[in-house]
Design a protein around this ligand. Sequence first.
Ligand code: S3P
Length: 177
Amino acid sequence: MSKPSRRIVLTGFMGAGKTSVAESLAYHFDCRMVDLDALIAGREGRSITAIIDRDGEARFREMETRALLDTLEFKDAHIIALGGGTWTLEHNRTLIGEHDCMTVWLDAPFDLCWQRITYEDNLRPLARAKSKTEQLYDLRQVDYALAELRIEITNEKTIEEVTAGIIESLPGVMGDE
Ligand code: S3P
């Protein structure tokens, strides 16, 4: 399968499945994917939790924007999984807009996100208490809704089904290499 002619950027709340779906899309298109959190953690040699807890969220956001810019400039990164907060910052959305990407919002209900957040070992420093996390979720909906494409995520949908749904919804995105 030829690579998508526009890069695909996945956004959505923590636990929406951005990394898994990005891996699945990369497998499908046989192309390179970048997970922004993994890139930042690798560069820093420590976890995202350690970065936010020790250096603060503001410093993390600077690293995130730097990593985003580097990824966008790296033309080989065809599929990009953002962190849950990346797309909510206007300057990051502007950068993405300047690099001709197709942005996809994985729209998962809060309860499903919370279930995954609490189930996974990957502790999220910005999702420690349920009520505060739900407030953050509600606050961000308006930003996520700015993505070009919205894909509904449910508990029943498999990663393959979500992947297929994205591919089907990308008219004109496919092209020859
Ligand atoms: C964040 C989400 C996390 C990570 C950081 C901040 C957020 O990524 O970037 O903990 O602000 O929503 P995931 O969405 O991949 O968990």
